[in-house]
Ligand binder design. Structure first.
Ligand code: CP
Ligand code: NVA
Length: 311
């Protein structure tokens, strides 16, 4: 029988963004997520009836369902509120109501400031379930998926083709920490945040990861073990969809682009995907695609996160 790994506490007490997890905690989380997936029943009382509020300002399928399920399957209680945060009353009051009732907050927000302010005012753990800047929960599941597929993460090459957005930010900083070579292939004007790129480069200098920025998608994916993409217009950017379709037209992940990567490369997408835009139906359905493994691992990785923050 395999012994269950220890559940280490996350010292920061929140996951407002990726770097709230120390590197050691990130490794522990991935180890725990693998065990949670292997033996879910072991953890069925991990939250021992604790209640957790799920606050969603934007739509969600994966994040919402997997958090609700994760909380239920760990023996906790999930309470959902779909509404703007801080519109009906000041956010600091929302935070200080919630921390009298529940043990944790999971929040999907328009701005990162909303997540940061919840973490600032609530005396309970706050988890970022996607903001305009970061999507840390997605990337935990992605790292679990890469680990399942390749075993060792250090030295892999991952190419993100598309918008320098929330998913790209969380991905680049986590790849750098784990020694994964990261390339961002993106159209002019759709850069990632310069501050996050600078921080990523600083981390990469310590781990030996390389960080490459290019406007050439073929060059960007050359030799890649994984190609990752995301929608061209994120939630909140719907009015820019037509303009973005034009700007990103040469950045579609299709069979031809895939053929420039390593022959056994995997295709990754956080989903939802817009087939015919950032990715073709053919790539989504190809044997290279691991998108549903990523979606499945949202459940396991978030269970590990909840256990490390709240058990
Ligand atoms: N990947 C992801 O976060 O999906 P949802 O928007 O459906 O939650
Ligand atoms: N970048 C996308 C991710 C969706 C999971 C968005 O923010 O809409």
């Amino acid at each position: 029988m395999t012994a269950a790994p220890p559940i280490t506490k996350i010292a920061q007490g929140n996951l407002a963004h990726d770097l709230d997890l120390s590197l050691e905690e990130l490794h522990s989380l991935l180890h725990l997520a693998a065990d949670v997936k292997r033996a879910p029943a072991t953890y069925s009382n991990g939250l021992s009836r604790k209640s957790i509020a799920l606050l969603f300002e934007k739509p969600s399928l994966r994040t919402r369902i997997t958090f609700e399920l994760a909380i239920q399957q760990l023996g906790g209680i999930a309470i959902l509120n779909n509404a703007p945060i801080g519109a009906r009353e000041p956010l600091k009051d929302v935070a200080r109501n919630l921390d009298r009732w529940v043990s944790g907050i999971v929040a999907r927000t328009f701005t990162q400031k909303t997540v940061d302010d919840l973490a600032r005012y609530a005396r309970i753990p706050v988890i970022n379930a996607l903001s305009d800047i970061w999507h840390p929960c997605q990337i935990l599941a992605d790292m679990q998926t890469l680990q399942e597929h390749f075993g060792e993460l250090k030295g892999l090459k991952l190419a993100f083709v598309g918008d320098g957005n929330n998913v790209a930010h969380s991905l680049m900083i986590t790849c750098a920490r784990l020694g994964i070579h990261f390339t961002l292939a993106y159209p002019p004007k759709y850069d990632a945040s310069p501050e996050i790129i600078a921080k990523t480069r600083q981390i990469a200098a310590q781990t030996g990861a390389t960080i490459t920025l290019t406007h050439d998608p073929n060059e960007g994916v050359r030799g890649a073990n994984a190609i990752y993409t995301d929608v061209w217009a994120s939630m909140g950017e719907e009015s820019e969809a037509a303009e973005r379709r034009e700007a990103f037209a040469d950045y579609q992940v299709d069979d031809d682009l895939l053929s420039h990567a390593d022959s056994s490369a995997i295709f990754m997408h956080c989903l939802p995907a817009k087939r015919g835009e950032e990715v073709t139906d053919s790539v989504m359905e190809s044997p290279h695609s691991v998108v549903f493994d990523q979606a499945e691992n949202r459940l396991h990785a978030q269970k590990a996160l909840l256990l490390m923050l709240l058990s």
